[in-house]
Ligand binder design. Structure first.
Ligand SMILES: Nc1ncnc2c1ncn2[C@@H]1O[C@H](COP(=O)(O)OP(=O)(O)OP(=O)(O)O)[C@@H](O)[C@H]1O
Ligand SMILES: [Mg+2]
Length: 360
């Protein structure tokens, strides 16, 4: 039977997938549900994804299923049981729509066996892992989950050996010591906040400094992506924002933006220092190792230099942004799905979280 391998990165902001038939998909991790019968009629559907969400934004209730790490990081046993038995859990239904739409987008011919590797946060609880497995298995039968930064390292290949991958996303920052084999628990760590947290803090800071201004978290994110920076090369940020009197005005938010970005960069470096000290591998030492930055947050201006400087490791090991931060997780997961021999799939299935549903 023909086999098509798939790698999926179920991100808080973007859901990205790559398949061995050449199929690629990248959409925002948001699902729009028609607000009422009129909206449903005008849009032609009660649920929309991708570009249609942007097109009909006002007429939709938009759900970001993975925001605030609600499903894929820290689900407890009780939450797992209640979510799995609830018939219409909003985030879970939205996540299911997202997975199904993404796999459809890959245009895999019918009758082809699909083998899918899905990246999840390094520190995902067993219940979150199981939830994601169940979610993807509802669409395609052969599924394994791996930590997202490990998938990134696998995709980079042997160049990633002896490196610490830091995947800086919207919901989490994930660390993984990569050495070309499946990582142990001590080799990985997750901080439960990412770029979304910066957007929230930036919005709060702007409103505190300029009570007349109006700014949404989405607008704060756009400002951060355009002007955000850390370290010595702070960019001046003068932005035009709507004001409470219905007009707009220019605001110099350079200091507020620098503070929000620097506070995030400090959290990343503190997390890295803690991660380095918890690596339980006698062969690891920082000289000659690499720090590889992945995920959309790695594009923050000056972050590579900042990390090297803050931990005084800049002259002892390279801090490098990886190429193509958008598809790196999905491509790594695809490589893993492709290269895994049959016994490799059996190996990964050992890590499948077993949950006794009868104990509910
Ligand atoms: N130039 C930039 N400067 C700072 N942050 C940026 C920049 N470009 C993108 N980002 C941030 O990167 C984050 C999105 O990254 P990514 O697509 O890797 O996240 P994700 O995979 O969806 O989330 P997660 O892995 O946490 O579930 C957003 O917070 C976005 O604002
Ligand atoms: Mg990610």
């Amino acid at each position: 039977m023909d086999v098509c391998c798939i790698g999926i990165d179920l991100g808080t902001m973007f859901t990205t997938a790559a398949a061995s038939n050449g199929g690629r998909s990248c959409i925002r991790s948001e699902v729009g549900f028609a607000r009422d019968a009129v909206a449903k009629h005008l849009i032609g559907s009660s649920v929309v994804l991708g570009d249609l969400v942007t097109q009909h934004r006002q007429a939709l209730k938009i759900v970001r299923p993975f925001e605030r790490n609600s499903l894929k990081l820290a689900i407890t046993e009780d939450q797992f049981r209640s979510i799995s038995t609830e018939e219409t859990h909003e985030s879970l239904s939205a996540a299911a729509e997202l997975v199904s739409y993404t796999i459809d987008n890959l245009s895999i011919a019918s009758g082809v066996e699909q083998r899918c590797v899905v990246g999840i946060p390094a520190g995902a609880s067993v219940y979150s892992q199981r939830l994601v497995l169940d979610l993807v298995e509802a669409v395609t039968p052969y599924v394994a989950v791996v930590s997202e930064p490990f998938a990134v390292g696998f995709g980079v290949g042997s160049e990633a050996n002896n490196s610490i991958i830091i995947d800086i996303g919207a919901g989490t920052v994930d660390y993984c010591y990569y050495y070309g084999a499946f990582p142990s628990e001590q080799d990985q760590a997750t901080l439960g906040y990412g770029g979304d947290h910066v957007d929230h803090e930036l919005r709060r800071g702007i409103l505190e400094a300029f009570p007349d201004a109006k700014v949404s978290e989405a607008a704060a994110r756009r400002i951060k992506e355009r002007y955000g920076s850390v370290g010595d090369h702070v960019k001046q940020a003068v932005v035009e924002l709507p004001t409470r009197d219905g007009r707009s005005n220019k605001f110099d938010i350079t200091d507020v933006l620098r503070d929000a970005c620097t506070s995030f960069a400090n959290k990343i470096t503190n997390g890295l220092a803690k991660h380095i000290s918890s690596i339980d591998n006698d062969d690891f030492f920082i000289d000659g190792a690499k720090i590889l930055l992945a995920g959309g947050g790695s594009q923050l201006h000056g972050l590579d230099e900042y990390i090297g400087g803050a931990l005084s490791i800049g002259d002892r090991c390279d801090v490098i942004r990886i190429h193509d931060c958008k598809y790196a997780g999905a491509m790594g997961a695809l490589e893993l799905a492709r290269k895994l021999p049959d016994d490799g799939w059996d190996f990964l299935s050992q890590f499948r979280p077993q949950i006794d549903q009868r104990a509910a």
